[in-house]
Design a protein around this ligand. Structure first.
Ligand SMILES: [Fe+2]
Length: 388
């Protein structure tokens, strides 16, 4: 058995997972010495009972609240700047992100700017943040992004219309309260997209050039959990146990990708999502099977392990057979949960394809992809998304 002796680090925040974990928020803000918390969230959650219960928990702990919900589904640079301005003007001392990846990523950006000054885009890239921010507590209400445990914050550069990645240990939240109850009200399509995002995290982390024994175990467990639960999670009669398993899958995938990084699926999805303003998970779903087909020969043994977890009899098949079965299984899962493709839609103009290809090429996630993908392959990939 091959043993990898290269040095690897593994960072995770404090986590509480289980029924009603979100209601511990007041007590934990108290532990951090908070007196005034900014809640960063989506519009439209305030009517849910679980949101009111979270607010009550904070108020009962004697902590004042400022709500910031001016966030779009792919958070924009100016939204983070507005949030940071409000955080400072209101003299807040802590951040609570409630929602999916968008509010959690926006809260991370608010934390960076309110502490370090400047513009949020100054911090794009790896380890560009000097000072750690105020306590950041996350309550995820989707099962996929894992922004509640990751070293990543994704923000849209509205000048270039491209999503960009900030990667730093300083954006790892201080606490994640992971509770299945808020997920019971999640829209089924969002459940499908975020679940496929979690699957992409786990697969990319497992084939990443920076994978390690510590991340591998989490990546394979995540693949298994998402594969076994995602179809049930989008059904109207889904159970709290199914949503708990989806959260667990997302969490394991988060441990894996936050430490092993990602690959070409995310590099290409960031560019595609920025240009077309599509949900992140939808972009990943569309790209995943195509990137597996491109990458397979460069990490065949790793993809064979993934195929085995998905129930494909890999030991009876040659590499070509496993590749085809794996691509087919991913496509079938995507279709089963109601996510289509871009085939038949108008192909973007040449300049747009070029901008997406260049952006994907320089995305930090591309560094750990098992295959070195060149610019012409990226152009071809993007055009191919629109062709049968
Ligand atoms: Fe993702």
């Amino acid at each position: 058995m091959h043993v990898n002796l290269e040095q690897r680090k593994f960072v995770v925040p404090e986590i509480i997972i289980g029924l009603d974990a979100s209601l511990l928020i007041g007590r934990y803000l108290g532990h951090f010495g908070a007196t005034k918390a900014m809640i960063v969230t989506d519009k439209g959650v305030s009517d849910f009972d679980w949101f009111r219960a979270i607010l009550s928990s904070i108020k009962e702990a004697g902590i004042a609240v400022v709500i910031f919900d001016d966030i779009s589904s792919n958070p924009k640079d100016f939204e983070a700047m507005l949030g940071a301005e409000l955080f400072l003007a209101e003299n807040c001392d802590s951040l609570v992100a409630i929602g999916g990846g968008s509010p959690m990523d926006c809260a991370k950006c608010i934390s960076i700017v309110s502490t370090n000054g400047g513009h949020v885009l100054d911090y794009i890239g790896v380890d560009e943040i000097r000072l750690p921010g105020p306590p950041l507590l996350c309550i995820p209400t989707t099962s996929g992004t894992a922004a509640d445990v990751s070293q990543f914050a994704i923000i849209t550069d509205t000048h270039e219309h491209i999503k960009k990645a900030i990667i730093s240990k300083k954006v790892v939240p201080d606490l994640a309260l992971i509770d299945p109850m808020p997920l019971m009200t999640m829209d089924p399509y969002l459940t499908a997209c975020t679940g496929m995002d979690a699957l992409a995290h786990a697969i990319e982390a497992y084939v990443s050039n920076a994978a390690s024994a510590l991340t591998d175990v989490h990546a394979l467990k995540a693949i298994d959990l998402v594969h076994k639960n995602l179809i049930d999670a989008v059904k109207p009669d889904r159970t709290v146990e199914t949503m708990h398993n989806m959260l667990l899958g997302s969490l394991h995938a988060g441990f894996a990708f936050s430490n092993a990084s990602l690959g070409a699926v995310h590099a290409c999805a960031h560019a595609l999502g920025g240009v077309m303003d599509l949900p992140h998970g939808e972009c990943n779903s569309i790209l995943l099977q195509r990137i597996i087909a491109m990458n397979f020969d460069f990490a065949a043994e790793r993809y064979r392990d993934i195929a085995a977890v998905l129930g494909i009899p890999a030991h009876n098949l040659d590499n070509e057979g496993v590749k085809n079965a794996l691509v087919g299984e991913i496509a079938a899962l995507r279709t089963a949960v109601g996510i289509g493709e871009l085939i038949g839609q108008t192909i973007p103009e040449h300049e747009t394809i070029e901008a997406m290809a260049l952006s994907a090429l320089s995305d930090p996630c591309m560094v750990t992809n098992p295959k070195t993908i060149n610019l012409s392959e990226l152009r071809e990939l993007y055009v191919g998304l629109f062709k049968a």
